[in-house]
Design a protein around this ligand. Sequence first.
Ligand code: BGC
Length: 420
Amino acid sequence: MSKPATKISFPKQFLWGAATAAHQVEGGLHNNWTVWELENAKRLAAQAPYQFGDLDNWSKISREATNPNNYVSGRAVDHAGHYADDFKLLKDLGLSAFRFSIEWSRIEPNESSWDQAALDYYKNYIRDLKRMGLVPVVTLLHFTVPVWFAELGGFEKRRNVKYFERFVQKIVSEFGNEFKWVITVNEPEIMAENSYLHGDWPPQKTDRHLSRRVLSNLALAHKRAAKILHAKNKRIKVSIATNSSYIYPGDDAWLTRLSAGWRRWWQDDRFLRKTIKSCDFLGVNYYFSDRVYGYRVHNPEDNLSDVGWSMQPENLQYVLERLYRKYRLPIMITENGVADSSDEVRKWWLVESIKAMSQAQAEGVKLLGYLHWSFLDNFEWDKGFWPKFGLFSVDRRTMKRTARSSAKWYGAFVGKLAKK
Ligand code: BGC
């Protein structure tokens, strides 16, 4: 374990920001998830007491979690209708960067037919973002795909990767000079496992071989996208966003150490070893730690977030150190945050995460930026709207945004750093 760094300092050009994904905030979409949500909302609501009933905050969340409407993204938080004001909120807070995704199903609602209004929307979106002085970090695939692509078998089929390539070509020819930072695929391992191994997400398959094939096709999709982006503009910096938890042995038994090591490999290296050569930096999403005993994960029960994840923000340091040591690429924290509806722990989470980054830097890790998840409360996939990750809460009846006090603290902290 390394010694604490004495002083918090970050490079001048460090990006301080927040992150979102189209499906979770924009509203009014039609993709493989919106179709699945309508078919599964009732089931998810009925299962909620069994799935989340043991959480300490169950009495607080049960009303939302047992309501089928919670599981339908619908208007989401109408970010599509509010983006100009939303960018102003980020700017006024003092942040300098914003991660968002371009929704493929809007740009290409039917195979080979491009929606000009959607292209114009994103053109204006990026222009307004930059006018506000915010640096765009663009994601090209954040879990959702067009319905027609899903019907063709999605990423289950290698030959379908060409459709994603064509989408990337389109984005590059329309906006390729407008951004520098690109995430090709968000959390490919989570997408392949939740959708094709555990059967939790659309298309709800549970096939080990298929899950492996999807992951390998996502690696190909990333590599081909990187090639297209680099050919357009050498300035563009490309990565995936990997979901990396901190996995640690709970005892000294050889089986525990072996299984912790294996789990780390499975989580990070299985995909990165195939794709890292076409990355210019490494996007890392960090949310929780997993303590391993033998083959099992058993986390301390005393410090869990609203969604039951083990909160150990300080361990971000070790995740960064491991990934940097291994892959030697500068790292951008592309997501990091906590589900905390009463905003009791978010400020603590931010402080500990910032300290962890500072200490990782003192150990030689090169960091590019920190994008907090999330800018706004949003649609949390198969959990729907009940988990609250936002720096800003949203009243979904009026769509009014309100800065949580942790957000104000984050903004003030970034402001102070800028004055140093
Ligand atoms: C995903 C986000 C999600 C967040 C919190 C990440 O795995 O990229 O879309 O909202 O976790 O659940």
